[in-house]
Design a protein around this ligand. Structure first.
Ligand SMILES: [Zn+2]
Length: 419
């Protein structure tokens, strides 16, 4: 029995090393041929587990958008505590009931124990076991002490586990399979582009600041336990394992948004690092989305107060006029305050007035009595893949690859070997 286990372990180690080596070769193949686009691959639906390699690199997800005084933690089974980046064991336990993690002058406190270090990692024997702030995560968690006596929590987990959760965080379960496959590919590509930035502590945020990662399990406002990743999202992650978008052999940041409202935005008008495939394309596939077109009414007082504070000018806003942009570009506006004209971009105007009330910067505005009426389209920055549009395309029978090449024209969809 012992020998059998040892033999199994040896085989696992040999297989793992082989997969790692193959992955490295795959990466080198991709990175060393910038002038030779890789061949687009056909995506096989319903790919069985055994047909796909299972190795995937770890990604580091910042769970705390800003550093906090403390973080609630529990661990369901045996675990080790280690300084980040070492194999040294600083502590261990059979389980950890709900407790808090906080920074102290001499280190980091976990429950009643203070570890004299500025960064530590909690590694469970089995995953998923870690709960942070009432949400369960796969993989392990790192805590970093920050200035002002605060800490951040970073979840480190295999890429495909992360993708399986992001698919559900970013797209409803009822969306078409091909749309969710496309979501998996753009989420993976986006994540790898962020990993290339080589931040010392984390690669992405768990929120829509990067992309929405909801962990393995969580409780809703009524206390019900819900799945972050589930069978179908894990299947989609496996079907698309290793698939990414490239342009001339290189990864690019695959920005995407909820609803484009009829036309996606030209990437360079919103993001300075936008790659050539982030072109403005027409999209009639998102018409069933609630925010395909919208109307918002804001009082002249509210607009005057917010815009006046931003422009450092007193007085009522007498007029607000759109300056017509080119197709796919963010519009600009001309505001008339106390008889003086001032130009302001649509993105800034949206931020100043309210990003929650105005779903996108693509709107017209007119005056009606004491109100400004904003009539707009889309939700988000509208660059790249339109999520509701991808759903519409999936429903009309388009494949994952067709959807990706529609929203990122000129890109190649390739697979990182053995990833
Ligand atoms: Zn659309």
């Amino acid at each position: 029995m012992v020998i059998e286990r040892a033999r199994n372990r040896l085989w696992r180690q040999v297989a793992f090393c082989g997969v790692v080596l193959a992955c490295v070769i795959g990466w080198l193949t991709l990175l060393s041929r910038p002038d030779r686009p890789l061949q687009p691959l056909a995506l096989k639906a319903n790919t069985r587990d055994s047909e796909r390699p299972t190795y995937s690199p770890d990604i580091r997800v910042n769970l705390t958008a800003t550093p906090r005084e403390n973080v609630r933690l529990s661990v369901d089974g045996p675990f080790d505590v280690r300084p980040v980046g070492t194999t040294e064991v600083a502590g261990f336990g059979k389980q950890l009931r709900a407790c808090t993690v906080s920074a102290t002058k001499s280190g980091i406190r976990v429950d009643d124990t203070v570890y004299p270090m500025t960064r530590l990692e909690i590694i469970p024997d089995k995953s998923p076991a870690i709960w942070i702030e009432g949400r369960q995560y796969r993989g392990r968690v790192r805590f970093f002490r920050k200035s002002g006596g605060k800490i951040i929590a970073v979840n480190v987990l295999p890429m495909n586990d992360y993708i399986a959760s992001v698919i559900n965080g970013e797209m409803p379960l009822v969306f078409g399979r091909a749309a969710r496959q496309a979501q998996a590919v753009v989420a993976r590509t986006y994540a790898l582009a962020q990993m290339n930035r080589k931040h010392p502590q984390y690669d992405v945020f768990a929120s829509s600041r990067s992309q929405k990662y909801i962990g393995h399990k969580y409780r809703d406002s009524k206390g019900r336990l819900l799945a972050g990743d589930d069978r179908t999202s894990r299947e989609v992650a496996r079907e698309t394992a290793g698939m990414i978008c490239t342009y001339k052999g290189k990864i690019f940041t695959t920005y995407y948004s909820a609803v484009c409202g009829g036309q996606t935005a030209l990437g360079t008008t919103v993001f300075p690092d936008a790659a050539p495939p982030l072109q403005s394309v027409p999209c009639r596939y998102c018409q069933s989305a609630k925010r395909f077109q919208w109307t918002v009414k804001l009082s002249r007082n509210e607009v005057s107060r917010r815009l006046g504070t931003h422009l450092k000018k007193q007085g009522a806003v007498e007029g607000l006029r759109r300056i017509s942009p080119k197709r796919g570009e963010v519009p600009s506006f001309e505001a008339l305050i106390s008889g003086r004209k001032q130009t302001i971009s649509g993105a800034t105007l949206r931020r100043v007035l309210s990003t929650t009330k105005l779903p996108s910067p693509y709107f017209n505005v007119r005056v009606e009595g004491n109100f400004f009426i904003f009539e707009g389209r889309g939700h988000g920055h509208t660059v790249g893949l339109c999520q509701w549009g991808a759903h519409g395309q999936a429903q009309s029978g388009r494949t994952c690859l067709e959807i990706l090449q529609y929203y990122y024209p000129g890109s190649d969809i390739v697979i990182l070997e053995d990833m």
